[in-house]
Design a protein around this ligand. Structure first.
Ligand SMILES: [Zn+2]
Ligand SMILES: [Zn+2]
Length: 116
């Protein structure tokens, strides 16, 4: 992954990509909304982008029919959800989390000019 510093989209904490991701899962767990639709027997999670209307959501595949699945696996679900929202934020709102878009490799010519 990128060796970059990224600000948490939900607060002012800044750190490496991995540590910010871990921070989000720990500090902002409550922002991940999980829902269980008993009729369709479907579980979904969703998390809203703090910078736009985008909502990252996906279906959760439970490993069993444990009705407490969502509580027990909330941390795992949150890791995936924050992964998604972080990817979205890096792609759509890099400046808001202190990222120069060029660092993400969007400037494809930046690798040239380094001769050995
Ligand atoms: Zn935070
Ligand atoms: Zn967004």
């Amino acid at each position: 992954m990128f060796n970059i510093e990224v600000k948490c989209p939900f607060c002012e904490v800044t750190g490496g990509l991995m540590s910010t991701h871990a921070h989000m899962a720990e500090a902002h767990l409550g922002l991940v909304i999980t829902q269980h639709d008993p009729e369709a027997d479907r579980m979904t999670y969703s998390i809203a982008c703090p910078y736009c209307e985008h909502i990252a959501s996906s279906q959760v595949k439970p490993r069993n029919r444990n009705p407490r699945f969502l509580q027990e696996y909330k941390a795992e679900i949150a890791m995936v959800a924050f992964d998604q929202i972080l990817y979205h934020v890096l792609g759509e709102h890099p400046a808001d989390v202190g990222i120069d878009p060029a660092v993400l490799g969007l400037d494809s010519d930046s690798d040239h000019g380094k001769d050995e």
